[in-house]
Design a protein around this ligand. Structure first.
Ligand SMILES: Cc1cc2nc3c(=O)[nH]c(=O)nc-3n(C[C@H](O)[C@H](O)[C@H](O)COP(=O)(O)OP(=O)(O)OC[C@H]3O[C@@H](n4cnc5c(N)ncnc54)[C@H](O)[C@@H]3O)c2cc1C
Length: 412
């Protein structure tokens, strides 16, 4: 029997868990049916922010939903077959949208997001790819200047937590981001952030670092996990069966299906997002820029200018909606008019989303040796390194002085 800890899922969360476990002297085995870091963690917008501490459900959001659901170009859509699952999930989402709930979630998010930049820099040291993360503002760009208000709850909370925020007008915005459309009249700058210039490359490089440090990386499809009387977790796979004393479940949105046979049902859904990447962009952006109306984020990456966003609720394996490419291309041109959108690469990925925007982290009650590390929804790139540290502390029995109750699976 292997005494390695098995991490099921080599997305950015599983990879960061591997590195932190290794730091504590624990041998790891990463299991994934695909190449490390090439699923959801490949196609995100690259935002790494200590200040992304605002959950998706916020006060008043219910007022925006009907219009968004009926506008075929809006960021939000629900596939018809998904409504029976959407309604109970949506009701839970709404129950989390009061200001006290937002503040509670925000405190929990802060724990995970605050150290994200320094932890990525530490993980990348010695890989030769330290430049995959660069300093950045997060520019929230507004067409209606009166909407750019630092008094909005989301900005107030960020500022209360120490975020350095500034409201700027049209001229300053266009000095900062000359390629941006003049239709944007104001912006809120969130300073002290970073952006990753190739999320897929970060995953590949950090998985390679884990391998160089002794991680075993196995490519196989895990079909089931079960705890046996010998005290080990047994994994049925498309190849050889595997055994492990402890298992870290970091399989993103697919984690819920692996828990079902253990009698655990969790409200995790696939909140699918899309990007287009424009290799011939011909213009570039200096920061991560969000078009607040369209709710898409644009960033210049190694592979071109990427525009990412959308929240499409659908079955995990439903095919991508090709209309999203046209919508994203129109939105990209509306943001950056001189963009060359030829040879656009189109991608879809699945955010693993709980209705309170918080992930599940920790040992599952009644299942000794089964540790959760999934459900990071819109924030998985930036929350991954601290999630890795917490999981490594729990697995190694190191005491820490933080309350992980907000991340418990038992909250559902
Ligand atoms: C459009 C978009 C933009 C985003 N922008 C940002 C952003 O700017 N910043 C940010 O922080 N986050 C962002 N996110 C969210 C972030 O990308 C996700 O939260 C994160 O990638 C989740 O990582 P993960 O490791 O949990 O999941 P994944 O990357 O999906 O990894 C899970 C892994 O498990 C493997 N797996 C699953 N089941 C099995 C099985 N049965 N057997 C073997 N292997 C299995 C999969 O192959 C996969 O590699 C964005 C997401 C999207 C879609």
């Amino acid at each position: 029997m292997s005494e390695r800890i098995t991490i099921l899922g080599a997305g950015i969360v599983g990879i960061c868990c591997a590195l932190s476990l290794q730091e504590r002297g624990i041998a790891v085995r990463l299991v994934d049916r695909a190449q490390p870091g090439q699923e959801t963690s490949f196609g995100n917008a690259g935002v790494v922010s200590p200040w992304s501490v605002i959950p998706q459900p916020v006060p008043g959001i219910w007022k925006q939903l009907p219009a968004m659901l009926f506008d075929r170009n809006s960021a939000l859509s629900v596939r018809p077959a998904f409504w029976p699952r959407m309604i109970p999930w949506g009701l839970r989402f709404m129950r989390n949208s009061s200001e006290p709930k937002v503040r509670e979630a925000s405190d929990a998010m802060e724990l995970l997001c605050r150290p994200s930049i320094e932890l990525y820099r530490k993980h990348l040291i010695g890989t030769g790819h330290e430049n995959l993360i660069v300093d950045s503002h997060y520019v929230h760009a507004f067409r209606q200047p009166e909407q750019a208000s630092l008094e909005d709850l989301g900005y107030l909370i960020r500022a209360e937590k120490g975020g350095d925020l500034e409201r700027i007008g049209s001229d300053e915005l266009h000095r900062l981001e000359p390629a941006l459309s003049r239709a944007f009249q104001a912006a809120i700058l969130i300073k002290g952030q970073a952006r990753v210039t190739s999320p897929g490359r970060v995953g590949a490089v950090l998985a390679e670092k884990a391998r160089d440090q002794g991680a075993e990386i196995i490519k196989t499809d895990v079909q089931g996990i079960a705890h046996a009387e010998d005290g080990y977790w047994h994994l049925t796979t498309s190849g050889e069966p595997l055994q492990t004393r402890s298992i870290v479940l970091a399989a993103g949105v697919w984690s819920a299906d692996l828990l079902k046979p253990l009698g655990l049902s969790v409200p995790l859904v696939a909140e699918r997002g899309y990007h287009i990447e424009l290799p011939n962009a011909s213009v570039s952006l200096n920061h991560s820029v969000m078009d607040v109306d369209a709710k898409v984020v644009a960033s210049t990456m190694q592979g071109g200018l990427r525009v990412a966003g959308m929240a499409e609720f659908a079955g995990i394996e439903a095919p991508p909606d090709p209309r999203k490419q046209t919508i994203l291309q129109e939105q990209a041109k509306a943001m950056v008019p001189d963009l060359d959108v030829s040879e656009a690469r189109f991608w879809m990925g699945r955010r693993p989303s709980f209705p309170d925007s918080l992930p599940a982290i920790g040992e599952v009650k009644g299942k000794p040796g089964l540790f959760c590390a999934f459900g990071h929804s819109h924030y998985g790139l930036m929350m991954a390194p601290k999630t890795g540290e917490l999981v490594a502390d729990l697995v190694s029995g190191r005491r820490h002085n933080v309350n992980l109750g907000k991340f418990s699976l038992a909250r559902f």
